[in-house]
Structures are given as structure tokens and as C-alpha cells.
Design a protein around this ligand. Structure first.
Ligand code: NAD
Ligand code: UD1
Length: 344
């Protein structure tokens, strides 16, 4: 039987895909989620995809020490933790900083207090937001970090620092922070994908909802940036390739002697918002109505990764193109649309 891995935030967008890849590689899985930003239906989707016996679900909150302790008592055979549970809205974090610090930083500390002495590898989902507008492009792991625009961004910077300090103080605690660029797309089965509650805040789910007719038009946040077409440039990466990086990361922590790592995870290709719209129109054969609206506060003009460290050290080889990812996001949106009972 495979090793048992805990995925916090496992019913969220990235967690569900990590779960699918871990299962495929033979791991046993415990998902922990408080459903603050996901649907219980995602659990049923995962069961449909992976089978009844594939995972155990615990509805628990990482910021509650009693619930975290209880989980580790019940699953004393957990051999690794992939920590994705966090609140992730930049705007909401500006309006409600305390709940972001409590959830994202407090939750991390609660979890680490339980994990650090157990000799269990720990993977943390960080973000390219830690770089702000980088001085150097493509962005390398040693590109200097900038003070964050938002409490959300600070929770990722502080989270990484807490993990680094904990690893420094405990040789047996092995940890890795993955700095995701922009994950998009869905599982090839179309049974799981990005499922925002309410109005999407990220680009691709907004585009797919316009494509399906759920939203009238996309608002492009600014077209006067100093970029090829005036719209922001990002590094979009298929969520399945990102999920693969987690498994490689975990396996590295199992076998390595070093105990702290940081990796960028991106394709390394910068694509503008307008280009994403036209790529989507091409793969979906649907026109996307958009209007230019004012720039969103805190958006950096350009961010794309130098991901050579993870490619070379972990032999991570992304398999999907941006168009593959857009098509899979579109297939997922169509699936959601045709299964009305699964909709919010
Ligand atoms: P998501 O919101 O879809 O998933 C997060 C999950 O965590 C949700 O299911 C939510 O219910 C759960 N959760 C939140 N607080 C919790 C708590 N206190 N206890 C238990 N469960 C809790 O987000 P996602 O896109 O899957 O992101 C996962 C992680 O990756 C987050 O840490 C996020 O900050 C990070 N990240 C995401 C992106 C992105 O573009 N999606 C980019 C960079 C980093
Ligand atoms: C955003 C967050 C980032 C977080 C990530 C995951 C901000 C400033 N950044 O990244 O910290 O880690 O999500 O949650 O919120 N766009 C539009 N119209 C839309 C939506 C987006 O034009 O309706 C544009 C944005 O201006 C941006 C690009 O599309 O240029 C990508 O946006 P998004 O998907 O929200 O990702 P990020 O802003 O890169």
C-alpha cells in the first residue's frame, strides 16, 4: 500500500488536481478542507474520478489546533503534507486583513506545530506574488522579493520565512516552497476543474464563463501597460503540470539530505491578457466579448518565470501547452454547464 499523504485545502482548485496525480502514483490520500472556498460536490467529483476507496475526507479547519491534533491522532500514519489551504483573494485580503493573517499565517503555524517534530516532509504553496514587479525577467528564485501590495501577498512571504526558519532550527524537518505562477486548465477527464464561488476573480474562469454565456463580457484590467499590446503579461501553466511538480517535490523530500528548497513553477512563457482571449477564441471557437476597464490595483505589468531550477533539479517536464490548458478549462466549463445540479 502507498504512503498516506495529507492535502490541506484538498477540495480547492489545485488540491483536487494534486489529489488526482498522487492517486495515479499510488499514494493514499487524506483531504482536509473547511469548505470555505469550495463545494462538497468536489469530493463527489473526485470519488467519481478516482474511486470510492481512493481518499478520505476530513472537514476540518487548519487554524483550529484541536481539529488539527484530532486529525493527526486519527491518521497517525500520515507520511507527508501538501499544504494548500489558504484564502487567496487579493482584494478580500485588503478588506479583511485579520482573517487572512489568522487563516494563512495562523493556520500554517498550527499545522507546523503538529508536523515539525514528526519527521514528515512538508510542501507549501507559495506564489509568484512574493516577487512583486521583479527587477529582473524572467524571474529566478534568487530575484529579490518586494514588499507585498496586499495582506495576501504578505501571508505567502511570511509563510515561506516561517518554513525556512523552522527548517533551519530542525534538521529532521524537510520542507519545500513552490512559487506558482498562473495555474489554469482542468483535468483531462473534465470531472474536476476550477470552480469559483460567485464571480471569478481570475482571468481564465472569467473568460470561460463569458464563453458559456454566464457572464456578459470580460473586463480587461488596463491596456496602457508598457507591454506589447498594453495588457499585462503572465506565465500561465497547466494545473496538471503544476500538480506533477508537487509529487516530484514530495519525492525529493523523501529521498534527499537537504531539508529546505524553493522552486518557481511556471512554463516560462509570458502571454498578454489580450493574447489569452484570442487563444481562447481559437480553441473554443467562441467569440469573447470584452471591454477595457481601469487597471486593477496591485497588478504587476509583467511576470514570468525562469523555471530552470525545478526542471534541472527535479527533472520536472511540463507536458501541456497554454492552448491545451485553455481547451481543458473550456471542456470543464461545458461540463459544469451541462450538469446544472453541480452549479453554485
Ligand atoms: P482554492 O481556494 O480553490 O483552494 C483552497 C482550499 O482551501 C479551499 O477549498 C478552501 O475551502 C480551503 N481552505 C481555506 N482555508 C482553510 C482552512 N482554514 N482550513 C481548511 N481548509 C481551508 O485555491 P487554489 O487556487 O486551489 O489555491 C491553493 C493554494 O495555492 C493557496 O494556498 C493559494 O494561495 C495558492 N496559490 C494559488 C494560485 C492560483 O492562481 N490559483 C497562485 C499562487 C498560489
Ligand atoms: C492573482 C493574484 C495573485 C494570486 C493569484 C491566485 C492579484 C493582483 N494577484 O494573480 O496574488 O496568487 O491570483 O489567486 O490579484 N484580468 C483581467 N480581467 C479579469 C481577471 C484578470 O483583465 O477579469 C487580468 C489581470 O489584470 C492580470 C491577468 O488577467 O493581468 C491575470 O489575472 P489573474 O488570473 O487574476 O492572476 P494574477 O493577477 O496574476
Amino acid at each position: 500500500m502507498g504512503l498516506k499523504i495529507l492535502i490541506t485545502g484538498g477540495l480547492g482548485y489545485i488540491g483536487a488536481h494534486v489529489c488526482a496525480v498522487l492517486h495515479q502514483k499510488g499514494y493514499r490520500i487524506v483531504l482536509m478542507d473547511n469548505l470555505s472556498n469550495s463545494f462538497l460536490q468536489m469530493y463527489h467529483q473526485l470519488i467519481t474520478l478516482l474511486g470510492e476507496q481512493s481518499l478520505e475526507f476530513e472537514k476540518k479547519d487548519i487554524s483550529r489546533p484541536d481539529e488539527v491534533k484530532e486529525l493527526f491522532r486519527k491518521h497517525s500514519d500520515i507520511k507527508g503534507v501538501i499544504h494548500l489551504a489558504a484564502l487567496k483573494s487579493v482584494n478580500q485580503s485588503i478588506a479583511q486583513p485579520l482573517s487572512y493573517y489568522h487563516n494563512n499565517v495562523g493556520g500554517l503555524i498550527t499545522l507546523l506545530s503538529e508536523v515539525k517534530s514528526k519527521n514528515i516532509p512538508f510542501l507549501f504553496s507559495s506564489s509568484c506574488t512574493v516577487y512583486g514587479q521583479a527587477d529582473q525577467l524572467p524571474i529566478k528564485e534568487n530575484t529579490s522579493l518586494k514588499p507585498s501590495f496586499s495582506p495576501y501577498g504578505f501571508t505567502k512571504q511570511v509563510g515561506e520565512q516561517i518554513i525556512k526558519d523552522t527548517a533551519k532550527a530542525n534538521d529532521s524537518f524537510k520542507a519545500m516552497s513552490l512559487r506558482y505562477f498562473n495555474p489554469i486548465g482542468a483535468h483531462p477527464s473534465s470531472l474536476i476543474g476550477e470552480w469559483p464561488i460567485g464571480e471569478p476573480q481570475n482571468l481564465v474562469p472569467y473568460i470561460t464563463q463569458v464563453g458559456i454565456g454566464k457572464r456578459k463580457e470580460l473586463k480587461i484590467f488596463g491596456d496602457t501597460y508598457d507591454t506589447t499590446d498594453g495588457t499585462c503579461i503572465r506565465d500561465y501553466i497547466h494545473v496538471m503540470d503544476l500538480a506533477e511538480a508537487h509529487v516530484l517535490g514530495l519525492e525529493t523530500l523523501f529521498s534527499s539530505n537537504s531539508n529546505h528548497y524553493v522552486y518557481n513553477v511556471g512554463l516560462g512563457k509570458g502571454v498578454s491578457v489580450k493574447e489569452m482571449v484570442s487563444r481562447f477564441e481559437k480553441v473554443s471557437e467562441r467569440p469573447i466579448k470584452y471591454k477595457i476597464s481601469k487597471a486593477r490595483k496591485g497588478d504587476v505589468p509583467i511576470a514570468y518565470a525562469d523555471a530552470s531550477r525545478i526542471r534541472h533539479q527535479l527533472n520536472w517536464q511540463p507536458k501541456y501547452s497554454i492552448n491545451d490548458a485553455l481547451l481543458s478549462a473550456w471542456n470543464w466549463e461545458k461540463y459544469l454547464h451541462s450538469n446544472n445540479d453541480h452549479k453554485e
